[in-house]
Design a binder for this molecule. Structure first.
Ligand code: ZN
Length: 84
């Protein structure tokens, strides 16, 4: 699910990640897509397992990757719907 400009503004108003906490360079970029992280189930997809909608921030220098919970950021509600 792609983020709108409104959602990107919310994201950048709440997160002040300017430098990578691994290599220290300012090479961080945020995804413009909401991904989902599911409970590991031995390699089998379990659609009833819990999941987290996440925004991904990654460093283009060292590959350090950080996930932000899109529900806590106020981008997605508890039903998994994008908040307008
Ligand atoms: Zn880095």
């Amino acid at each position: 699910m792609k983020l709108t400009e409104h959602h990107k503004n919310i994201l950048h108003s709440k997160i002040r990640l300017t430098h990578c906490n691994s290599c220290g360079l300012s090479s961080i970029s945020f995804s413009d897509t909401i991904y989902e992280m599911r409970e590991f189930n031995g390699g089998r997809l379990n659609l009833s397992s819990s999941l987290y909608p996440v925004i991904v921030a990654s460093c283009s220098n060292c590959g350090n990757t950080v996930f932000y919970n899109a529900i806590i950021l106020g981008l997605v509600n508890q039903k998994g719907e994008l908040i307008k």
